[in-house]
Design a protein around this ligand. Structure first.
Ligand code: SF4
Ligand code: SF4
Length: 158
């Protein structure tokens, strides 16, 4: 009988640190700058990347010290309602927390860490470094990640 994978047999709280980390698909969507509508609380993603993100590799350049370097960088664990509000719909943590399965392109399903890039879910190659962009101009870079969910291609700011 096939073994049930941990992401189907355990809750997020029950997972080991290694299992938790392996759920992160490496999309870096959570590393995009976000804007919040002060009236509605709605979160808008932009195509602007956190200054620590290497947009070419889609990796944080100082993951170990990220919270010291970037105080806004939020630890996803433990998951809370507030974090669920700003995580993208494709995020494995959000999907599992809301009862959805991992998507077909997830590296844990494909066995290939690049499948998140091949499926055009990651921000690799289109995210824009934040250097030189004034915060007052961030609104010009708003993108619609939710309508570009899962396998659909992204149409970021140009
Ligand atoms: S959005 Fe979720 S899956 Fe993607 S990098 Fe962030 S924590 Fe990992
Ligand atoms: S500090 Fe690193 S992990 Fe945190 S948002 Fe920036 S690039 Fe992403």
């Amino acid at each position: 009988m096939a073994e049930v994978p941990f992401w189907e047999s355990k809750t997020l709280d029950e997972m080991s640190d290694a299992e938790w980390e392996s759920l992160c698909d490496g999309c870096a969507r959570c590393c995009l700058q976000k804007l919040e509508d002060s009236d509605t609380g709605e979160i808008y993603f932009t195509s602007i990347a956190c200054r620590l993100l290497d947009c070419g590799s889609c990796r944080c350049t100082n993951y170990k010290n990220r919270q010291t370097e970037v105080p806004d960088c939020t630890m996803v664990r433990p998951i809370t309602a507030e974090k669920l509000a700003w995580l993208p719909g494709s995020c494995a943590y959000k999907r599992l927390a809301t009862g959805l399965p991992l998507p077909a392109w997830h590296p844990l399903i494909t066995g290939d860490p690049d499948s998140v890039h091949d499926a055009a879910v990651s921000v690799k190659l289109w995210a824009i470094p934040e250097e030189g962009i004034k915060q007052i101009d961030y609104e010009e870079y708003v993108i619609d990640l939710e309508s570009a969910e899962d396998e659909e291609p992204l149409f970021p700011h140009e």
